[in-house]
Design a protein around this ligand. Structure first.
Ligand code: NDP
Length: 298
């Protein structure tokens, strides 16, 4: 059994990105960059959700490490949808930002779909706008959403082919499950999988999971996937991150995935840990997407 070490792979990619960014800035003839400035990412955060605060801090740190300028744009959760839409328009129109994200979740009085749809797809470095999702589904040039991109990269760096494999994705959210399934079914060497997408209405989850060569789980229910649901030699990707109160931990909580790791891991060819698997790959994909937006490839 091999642990898919997302933390190590993400560190490798950050080193590569840092070199790439400094090379691009040094290349005087590169007309793609705007002047000789570094790439710039805006991170909009609304309210004080502790998990969101942590994600934003980690994203800012990762940007600083590779040479991307990141600006945190914070609002209280009293902001109206109209005010937030106006901020999105400001960022769409400000040429000093190559890309920006609006950290989810948003407060209940703001429609995430409406806010996401208002982002210029060329600056949508989370890859969540209808334009980018549609382009991804059609196999057109686009910005791919961060978690699916990170998972694809992790598989590829461990030379785990998806070609002809049966991939079962559990969870159909717009940010993970659906774009993951869409990416892996593409007619492409990093796709070409036979994909099954499961959700809370799937009646025979265990039987479907047992047929997976590669099982990708993004639900948010710790321990949902038990050893009797996983075939010998499967690859298991655990996207789930749930905070569980733990008075013995210095932070007062620990992070749990959706997979019963201790009992599932011995059956697997490859498995991601939580933390240290998909999480760091998601952040590094955001950096890659920002660099893509900086290069104006769309
Ligand atoms: P959502 O809550 O948006 O979606 C959860 C999905 O799981 C839904 O499609 C739901 O089905 C399905 N589901 C719920 N219960 C079951 C069940 N018993 N059996 C099968 N399917 C079920 O979640 P997200 O995709 O936003 O996040 C999922 C997890 O991944 C969370 O823990 C989140 O924190 C984590 N996450 C981690 C990231 C990372 O970088 N590692 C990035 C993003 C998320 P239905 O549609 O029918 O309701």
């Amino acid at each position: 059994m091999t642990i898919l070490d997302g933390k190590r792979i993400a560190a490798d990619i950050r080193r590569e990105l840092k070199e790439q960014i400094s090379r691009r800035r040094a290349s005087a003839g590169d007309k793609q960059t705007i002047g000789n400035r570094c790439p710039k990412l805006g991170i909009v955060i609304v309210g004080h959700n502790p998990a969101s605060e942590t994600y934003v801090t980690n994203k800012m740190k990762a940007c600083a490490e590779v040479g991307i300028e990141a600006e945190r744009i914070a609002f209280e959760d009293t902001i109206t949808q109209e005010q937030l839409l106006a901020e999105v328009q400001r960022l769409n129109n400000d040429p000093s930002f190559d890309g920006f994200i609006v950290q989810l979740p948003l407060p209940a009085h703001i429609s995430e779909q409406t806010i996401t749809a208002a982002i210029d797809y060329r600056k949508d470095v989370d890859g969540l706008t209808p334009e980018n999702v549609g382009r991804a589904a059609k196999g057109l040039p686009c910005i791919i959403s961060a978690t699916p991109r990170g998972i694809r990269e992790l598989l590829s760096r461990y030379h785990i082919s998806t070609d002809g494999k049966h991939v079962v994705v559990v969870g159909r959210s717009n940010i993970v499950g659906k774009p993951m399934a869409s990416l892996l079914m593409q007619k492409h060497e990093t796709g070409n999988a036979t994909v099954t997408l499961c959700h809370s209405h799937t009646t025979n989850l265990k039987q479907v999971c047992l047929t997976a060569d590669i099982l990708i789980v993004a639900v948010g229910h710790p321990g949902l996937i038990t050893a009797d649901m996983v075939a010998e030699g499967a690859t298991v990707i655990d996207v789930g991150i749930t905070r569980i109160e733990d008075p013995n931990s210095p932070k007062g909580y620990r992070l749990a995935g959706d997979v019963d790791f201790d009992n599932v891991a011995p059956k697997c060819a490859y498995i991601t840990p939580v933390p240290g698997g998909v999480g760091p790959m998601t952040i590094v994909s955001l950096l890659q997407n920002t660099l893509q937006a900086y290069g104006h490839t769309l």
